[in-house]
Design a binder for this molecule. Structure first.
Ligand SMILES: *[C@@H]1O[C@H](CO)[C@@H](O)[C@H](O)[C@H]1NC(C)=O
Ligand SMILES: *[C@@H]1O[C@H](CO)[C@@H](O)[C@H](O)[C@H]1NC(C)=O
Ligand SMILES: *[C@@H]1O[C@H](CO)[C@@H](O)[C@H](O)[C@H]1NC(C)=O
Ligand SMILES: *[C@@H]1O[C@H](CO)[C@@H](O)[C@H](O)[C@H]1NC(C)=O
Ligand SMILES: *[C@@H]1O[C@H](CO)[C@@H](O)[C@H](O)[C@H]1NC(C)=O
Ligand SMILES: *[C@@H]1O[C@H](CO)[C@@H](O)[C@H](O)[C@H]1NC(C)=O
Ligand SMILES: *[C@@H]1O[C@H](CO)[C@@H](O)[C@H](O)[C@H]1NC(C)=O
Ligand SMILES: *[C@@H]1O[C@H](CO)[C@@H](O)[C@H](O)[C@H]1NC(C)=O
Length: 818
């Protein structure tokens, strides 16, 4: 028997000997708990009793973690009424109230039950840390007469609600202690603001100190989109209540959130068993940009810039100088405050203070804009819910304050502008992206939009860009955007065979139409393994927060019983492979003719931009690992959108290379170092992109490529033609008429650079985009990686039989020994 359980047993024995009439976690009416005694929850997690904080001699009734060397108090009953001696007694009195009395029987504190309870009542300390009063016969039901979770002190425990109960008018908030010696309420309050568009706000006295941004259906606007395996969050807002709560996915983890007066931070701690100490997990506010209203009205805080305060585009500093930002900014061109005004869309923002806001769940973005235009005090609007492609309407009245730049985590906001300001920067007709690369790897992006030029700096490796945020915010994660099975069954006529679009890598895909008319594609995952389920969740969480016009939008998922469904926006033109390879026998050749060279070139550039976003610009650095023609879908305008992120890997910070024993991907697209050694990196995606590029140019598949020279696959063939000075022979006859020869040759050149054998020789996506879009000199390509060439040399080999039967969508998933 170990020491802990032995001492625990002793405790119990002692309890039994002295107070044998009641169990150690409860007291009933007519019993009492005097100073020196304690209650211990059933499993021994928490303890209730009298204590003196820090160096104080005062006595308080509180709850703390049992069996922890550092006494950590999570709740205090008589915060403002200490007892100055050991005369305190906690009792459940005859009318069922919980009362703390001191020496002369005077009431120091009571639970203030509003009505008298006639039935016998017990007080119980639960293992969640909740102290509850309940009817003796109510057993384990969760209807309590009173519970300490309704009256938090400075600590939020898992399962505790922060927020409002509208029926009773009860508000639950946490307030810091005055000092470590004094648990009476200090200056800092952490609470949910009860408003149309609620948010969490930290107050210092009567001053706002920090806000999380409003709940956008997925997260609080200013929390990062980071996966975390430990916490889950729930946000509830309906007629009855408004609250936020967190819980732990692993019940062995011990964690608490506390409002800390000493450091002016809301801290989250995790208990380290091995070290027997608390480890700080996260802090709020995180940095200077979190300071409430730092940059004033219409100012935006950008942590990587100097000064960190800027005016939004279309605004200038009010004070004229750049020193005092509290004055904020004003419109360059005055508003007309009528329908004559318009809006400019700003992205990646922490939404402004939403005290004066208004929400309609039923209005769409267009209706929202109309309504905002009509109201002269409406300064901005956006979707109130960003899940499922965005819905609802939120409008802001009065000046917009406390915005910051949030790459990828942030949101779109449409801000009112005068018509003349809009005229100056109408939708750009052309956007030219020029990237200048210096030897150090630093690049400067000059984005020319009409006559406006915006310059931003970064680093090709991407590791200098947003470390400030990445290191600090690891706390908030998000829930899966979920659909009801009934909704999807309805949308797809009960998965009717008529609605089936085809078979994807993991199962059939159906077309559906939601009640509001939105068309969707539903991937029905067949018998999914444990591992598969992990990949699924991975895909859903990752994908649902990525927003780029060259990525297929994942609207959500449905995991109910055996059914596992992924819901995507519907792509009317399906996948690229059917166009370039003409796989559909009925429409075979006509479909290939539809793609002239300009369209092909647009598809190449769009796919490159999508990949650039995944590799460098999205907050989570993502390696696709299975880029191929069948994973590039086309919308009604033939714009390419990359799909299928089930195999994606996220990378955090500097980790741009990885190694895996589980090689997943598709032969014919895999880089040699990945297929043979399991090494993957952004450069293995670049390799796949190179293959795709050559396939688009040639109209031929790399895998299953058949040529009289049996030893060559498509890359080999392209390489040979290149070296013989005849690259134009690669051009697909179907678009020859529309072709711009210089552009095609350039594409072949870039394609060959991407498929070079050594990863370090291959360009990164920013360079690829530069190379595709400009006339700069390109280096000569070196020997390409010839992987999988000899595996599919002729139409009779088994691998190509597989291929013809399943249209090049064989995704392999093997354990390769290494
Ligand atoms: C406790 O406080 C009361 C006044 O609130 C005082 O009369 C009493 O002497 C104090 N007792 C001790 C032990 O300090
Ligand atoms: C029980 O305590 C409450 C609160 O102090 C008080 O109002 C009530 O009268 C008490 N009941 C009895 C029977 O003492
Ligand atoms: C005794 O009771 C009176 C009121 O009933 C209270 O003002 C006083 O502080 C109490 N004294 C102690 C020592 O608790
Ligand atoms: C109980 O009610 C009294 C009087 O209304 C109030 O002063 C006291 O703060 C209340 N106590 C609690 C714990 O709410
Ligand atoms: C407040 O923060 C300080 C410094 O991190 C820490 O030592 C202290 O324990 C914290 N207080 C609480 C109540 O967690
Ligand atoms: C345990 O504490 C030591 C020193 O206090 C520290 O170096 C180590 O990182 C801690 N380990 C964990 C798991 O927190
Ligand atoms: C709005 O525009 C109209 C027509 O151009 C003009 O007469 C009016 O003065 C403008 N109002 C403001 C407040 O600028
Ligand atoms: C604008 O909307 C707000 C909030 O709905 C309302 O209070 C105000 O009266 C409206 N103003 C005008 C001019 O319609």
């Amino acid at each position: 028997m170990d020491v802990l359980s032995f001492s625990f047993l002793c405790c119990k024995l002692l309890f039994f000997l002295s107070e044998s009439s009641f169990a150690s976690d409860t007291i009933t009416s007519s019993q009492s708990l005097s100073d020196g005694r304690t209650l211990v929850s059933k499993e021994g997690s928490f303890e209730l009793g009298f204590f003196s904080p820090g160096s104080s001699k005062n006595r308080y009734v509180g709850i703390w973690y049992k069996n922890m060397p550092v006494k950590t108090v999570v709740w205090v009953a008589n915060r403002i009424n200490p007892i100055n001696d050991s005369s305190g007694v906690l009792v459940v009195n005859k009318t069922g109230n919980l009362v703390l009395t001191s020496q002369n029987k005077s009431v120091v504190w009571s639970a203030n039950l509003s009505k008298e309870v006639r039935t016998p009542v017990v007080l119980q300390l639960l293992d969640s840390g909740n102290l509850v009063l309940r009817g003796e016969r109510d057993g384990d039901s969760e209807t309590y007469l009173w519970q300490s979770f309704d009256y938090p002190s400075d600590t939020l425990l898992p399962g505790m609600k922060l927020g409002w109960d509208f029926k009773t008018g009860l508000e639950r908030r946490i307030t810091s202690w005055k000092s470590s010696d004094d648990p009476s309420p200090g200056d800092f309050i952490w609470k949910i603001e009860r408003q149309f568009y609620p948010e969490l706000v930290m107050w210092k006295g009567s001053r706002k100190f920090y806000r999380t941004g409003p709940w956008n259906g997925l997260i609080f606007s200013a929390s990062s989109l980071r996966l975390n395996p430990i916490f889950k969050y729930r946000f509830v807002f309906n007629e009855d209540e408004l609250y936020y709560t967190f819980y732990l996915t692993d019940k062995d983890v011990i964690s608490r959130t506390v409002m800390n007066q000493t450091v002016s931070l809301r801290q989250r701690f995790i208990w380290r068993k091995a070290n027997q100490s608390w480890e700080l997990y996260s802090n709020l506010p995180k940095d200077q940009c979190d300071t409430y209203g730092l940059c004033g009205a219409y100012g935006i805080c950008i942590i990587s810039q100097s000064p960190i305060c800027q005016c939004l585009e279309g605004f200038h500093p009010k004070s004229g100088g750049y020193v005092d930002w509290s004055q904020g900014c004003v419109h360059n061109k005055p508003l007309n405050y009528s329908r004559k005004d318009g809006f400019i869309k700003f992205s990646e923002l922490k939404l402004p203070d939403s005290t004066s806001s208004w929400v309609s769940k039923s209005m769409n973005l267009k209706e929202c804009r109309e309504k905002c235009l009509e109201n002269s005090s409406c300064m901005a609007y956006t979707n109130s819910d960003i899940t499922r492609g965005g819905s609802g309407c939120v409008m802001w009245f009065g000046d917009l304050i406390d915005m910051r730049n949030f790459q990828d985590g942030g949101q779109d906001l449409y801000i009112r502008m005068s018509a003349s300001e809009l005229g100056a920067k109408n939708e750009p007709t052309t956007t030219i992206l020029v990237i200048l690369i210096s030897a150090s790897g630093l690049f400067t992006v000059v984005l020319m939009v009409g006559c406006y030029i915006r310059i931003s700096r970064g680093n090709i490796a991407g590791n200098n860009r947003r470390t400030d945020q990445e290191n600090e915010d690891q706390n908030e994660d998000l829930e899966l955007p979920l659909f009801e099975l009934a909704t999807i069954a309805n949308a797809t006529d009960n998965f009717s065979i008529n609605k089936k679009l085809g078979e994807g890598g993991f199962g059939p895909v159906y077309k559906g139409t939601l009640a509001d008319g939105q068309e969707i594609a539903v991937k029905r995952l067949s018998k999914i393994s444990e591992q598969g389920l992990k990949e699924l969740k991975n895909e859903v969480i990752l994908f649902s927060k990525l927003q780029h016009r060259n990525l297929v939008k994942l609207l959500g998922c449905c995991i109910q019983g055996e059914e596992k469904l992924l819901i995507y926006e519907f792509m009317p033109n399906r996948s690229l492979d059917s166009f370039i390879f003409g796989l559909d026998p009925s429409t075979n050749q006509t479909k290939r003719k539809l793609l002239d060279w300009p369209k092909r070139f647009c598809i190449i550039c769009g796919t490159a931009r999508g990949l650039l976003y995944l590799h460098h610009d999205s907050r989570l650095r993502i390696i696709h690992r299975d880029l191929k023609a069948s994973n590039v879908l086309l919308d009604h305008e033939m714009n390419p959108k990359i799909s299928d992120f089930g195999l994606a890997r996220t990378f955090v910070g500097d980790e741009i290379e990885g190694s895996t024993k589980r090689v997943v991907g598709t032969y014919g697209y895999m880089a040699p170092e990945y297929a043979s050694d399991g090494l993957f990196s952004v450069k293995s995606d670049v390799f796949s992109f190179g293959i795709l590029l050559l396939e688009i140019v040639s109209g031929k598949k790399n895998r299953g490529f058949y040529h009289s020279d049996k030893n060559l696959n498509l890359i080999g063939h392209a390489w040979k033609l290149w070296n013989n000075g005849m690259p134009s022979q690669l051009i697909d006859a179907y678009y020859q008429e529309s072709c711009n020869l210089a552009e095609v040759i350039r594409c072949i050149h870039v394609g060959l650079l991407c498929v070079q054998h050594h990863p370090e020789d291959r360009p990164c996506m920013p360079s690829v985009i530069l190379m595709l879009g400009s006339e700069i000199m390109l280096p000569q390509p070196k020997q390409p990686g010839f992987l999988a060439d000899r595996k599919s040399t002729g139409p009779n080999s088994s691998s190509s039989m597989l291929e013809s039967s399943s249209t090049n969508t064989i995704t392999i998933s093997t354990l390769e020994g290494r």
